[in-house]
Design a protein around this ligand. Structure first.
Ligand SMILES: [Zn+2]
Length: 424
């Protein structure tokens, strides 16, 4: 442990501050009894102000960028050094928990506070960002904050509307931002060296492993499809079993194949049929049509694509054997985001120092790191959350786990900002 590393007592004090700050942010909500804080709302404004105050206290210079992200910078030893960017998001889903996003922002502030208290500057600058929108709760489009910083906002986003019919362009003005200056938020490639994000796991794997921390290998890619089996509706009493073209029975057979095949395929791939409708949908009629959704995800593109092809081939085979037709319409696709191997190693070293071992796991949920990975190397540290629950008021982390997380994250960030291959 280097002289400037964080002691367990310092980490404990920092974790208690983070938990208290999570509670303070949780009070900034559209409704008093259910935490909801959406992009460009008055609550977003207040969360930025409060977070900006904490950044300043921690030794940073602070600004709000042109898409509404709150940003802080702690200078490095080299003038105009590129920054190691730390952070996560400050917006929430409706009726949210208080750690998804916020924990990553507040932990990052503690990392800088520690450096500042030690009077320590690193070769790279360290910046912290609280993104204004990751969840996409208000406008139905996600990652507005991180895509603003990456400079990848599609032009048509300005015209997107919320449920009240307020367009993004008007919401930006109401917030005090200039929609003509959005590109000011975009950071030149050379200004940022890498992005490290801490986030709750939102799944049960760390809890099952009885460990507080894990290193993320990749953020899963995903495909979503609407699928249809079509057969022949008929009388449930008169059509013999051997002469039926039952669309729902075909869909049911495929669903069990999806589960069995995906489970056997391994490699952290998952597949879900989340919606199913059949027509005509009467107790005494053989189903003539079954529509079902398919959602598949995985941390690597090629195995994910191979699984999708396999599942669709199985659907066609089932349809042919049963005298049905099968159609699939892909309506959503996002590529898997690999975490940088060198950054993963920095995180794994720090996590091993703190908890004795460093499990690696993929992220099943999307994160701001996806947008930043378009331009910069990214990596993520996951913190165990109770029952794997997120996007729910029952979301919970322990102060002990947060203390471990702060120690590991601070160590990894310090290592990266000292030894990054991109540092001058
Ligand atoms: Zn999140």
């Amino acid at each position: 442990m280097s002289a400037a590393a964080m002691t367990p007592d310092q980490a404990r004090a920092a974790a208690e501050r983070v938990m208290a700050h999570c509670d303070e942010l949780a009070a900034l909500s559209e409704t008093p009894d259910a935490l909801t804080r959406v992009y460009l709302s008055p609550e977003h404004q207040r969360a930025n102000a409060l977070t900006g105050d904490w950044m300043r206290e921690a030794g940073m210079t602070v600004w709000q960028d042109s898409v509404g992200n709150i940003c802080g910078r702690y200078e490095g030893t080299t003038p105009d050094a590129p920054a190691l960017l730390l952070g996560s998001h400050l917006d929430t889903v409706r009726d949210a928990g208080r750690y998804d996003g916020m924990l990553g922002v507040l932990t990052a502030i503690e990392t800088v506070r520690h450096l500042h208290q030690q009077n320590r500057r690193l070769p790279l600058a360290v910046e912290v960002v609280g993104f204004g929108d990751e969840e996409g709760t208000r406008f139905g489009i996600t990652l507005l904050g991180s895509r603003g910083l990456a400079g990848t906002w599609p032009g048509e986003w300005l015209e997107k509307e919320d449920e009240q019919g307020t367009r993004v362009v008007d919401a930006l003005r109401d917030f005090g931002l200039d929609p003509h200056r959005l590109s000011d938020a975009a950071r030149p490639l050379g200004e940022i060296a890498a992005y490290l994000e801490l986030h709750i796991e939102q799944g049960p794997c760390l809890e099952q492993a009885d460990l507080a921390l894990g290193v993320v290998t990749a953020i899963n890619g995903a495909r979503r499809l609407n699928c249809t089996f079509t057969g022949q509706a008929g009388h449930a009493g008169t059509v013999p079993m051997g002469q039926r073209r039952d669309a729902l029975a075909g869909a049911a057979e495929w669903m069990t194949e999806i589960e069995r095949t995906t489970r056997a395929a391994g490699q952290d791939r998952v597949a879900t049929v989340g919606a199913l409708q059949c027509k005509p949908g009467a107790v005494n009629v053989i189903p003539g049509q079954a529509r079902l959704s398919l959602d598949i995800r995985g941390p690597e593109e090629e195995p994910l694509e191979a699984l999708l092809e396999d599942l669709l081939a199985r659907a066609h085979a089932i349809a042919e054997r049963r005298g049905l037709t099968f159609d699939a319409d892909e309506f959503y696709r996002i590529a898997a985001t690999a975490c940088d191997t060198s950054l993963q190693q920095h995180l794994a070293n720090a996590v091993t120092d703190v908890q004795g071992s460093a499990p690696h796991l993929p992220s099943g949920a999307g994160h701001d790191a996806i947008a930043l990975a378009d331009h910069w190397p990214v990596a993520m540290l996951f913190v165990r959350c109770k029952g794997g629950i997120s996007h729910h008021p029952a979301e919970s982390v322990t102060t002990e786990d947060v203390a471990q997380a702060i120690r590991a994250y601070t160590q990894a960030a310090t290592d990266v900002a000292t030894h990054s291959p991109r540092s001058p």
